[in-house]
Design a protein around this ligand. Sequence first.
Ligand code: C2O
Length: 525
Amino acid sequence: PTTRVYNLTVSEIQAAPDGVVRTLLVFNGQFPGPLIEANRGDRLLINVTNTLQNATTVHWHGLYQNGTNWMDGTSGVTQCPIPPGKSFLYNFTLENQYGTYWYHSHFQTQYSDGLVGPLIIHAPDEASIRVGYDFDQIILLSDWYHDLSASLLPGYLASGNENLEPVPDNGLIQGTNYFNCSSYDPDSGYICQDNSTQASFVVSQNKRYRFRLINTGSFGEFQFSVDNHTLTVIEADSTLVEPVTVHRLPIHIAQRYSVIIHTNQTATNYWIRAWLNTFCFGDDNLPVLNPNVLALLTYTNTTYEPLDTESVDWTTALELQCQDLNVTELVPLVAEDAPSPDQAFRIDVSFQIHDYAIDLAYINSTTWVPLTVPTLNQAITGLHADNATFNNLGLSTAFPSSQFIITVPELQVIDLLINSLDEGAHPFHLHGYQFWIMADGSSGDFDWSTYESLNITNPMRRDTMTIDAYGWAMIRIRADNPGLWALHCHIAWHMEAGLLMQFQIRNDLMKEWTLPSDVAALCNG
Ligand code: C2O
């Protein structure tokens, strides 16, 4: 194992990823942020320096942080944010996992403004699949706004209408995309430079490319495809899966897929398409200004044939008889059976119009509001003072009612039924774990009479899954990773509207903990 040192400076810049100038928040002056890459077992030392006017944190999406819960980077849960002008050293090891991950700010909706980057962990186990491809390419997809999220948020939270999330203006592939400046009136206030470009991924003929797709967006799901090429899916989040070949796959916020593309075609250029699924976007009067989210797959050793950006045919592409990935059929390559459960919990997820017409998200009757003193810090103090406070399995009563916390004091296997009463799909993410997907449905409710007979043979495991509109999912974890772990909808707006709950796991281990002094000191400003 090696110790790898990275420095991430968080700053504010003016840039025009798609030609429209705006303020971005970025790592090391770059958008998207730099690649962090390591081997399993390595230690990462990542020094984050905050030069913003606001506080920030960095979360390592999908990393277990086993024994270093306070390095998870979750504002209000595992740390106080890094104050303006200060630095914080994230220090953790990469045990028992490898694959495609990413990192992002976990403070308010800040990551929407550009604080995202890829994180890849390699392991010797990867060798067996590496024989199946020649090149490894990371591709970041995201929806994109032309305004700072902090300026969009008040309108969302005060709309008085449910589910009126800000509608993205564009979508980006590798941080860029075409945008037609005539979408804006000259007096719109936006500075639009008519020089936007598309990303181009240059390939050689008759090779195999592993595309590691990461949806780093804030709101929208994409349907990803490459014209004239099939996608062989080999990884979902960081789980290697039995290969399945499709033409198109859905990728929701925070999810990752690795696909193998065989460059067996003859023309120079093919469209890489990320169709922004606008189906659930609340307001038909506010269309996405540019839903044509495109990049080029460019063959080097062919006769040049350009593609026309202005007249891309989406209708045929979308109506094509094509094989879509059915995510419920994914099977982990490394089989692991689900253990039998000790306890099951149920949460109902909804949006309700609150007093004064401010709409908020609810998990059962709770709307999450981040506490000034993170729940981890409070739990450690509480466990030192009084073991009895957290002794009962189930809902913690030791916190204010804004914190919906399921406490699992000792090693147990836990089922959580997430039941959505909302008309939109929600990408749910659990920190610190991969969960088994025991069952899910796109309507109705879980039938408890099937509970005893759920398939436990190698069910799919991942860290972010889409729960359909009015749908549900039963997820299972072996609660072996101690700490406070967020479970939330990864749509930036929804988390900020309160769609977040927590698990408090292994009091027996946590009560031995003392917060490292640099982590504790963050709360002193
Ligand atoms: Cu990508 Cu709560 O995280």
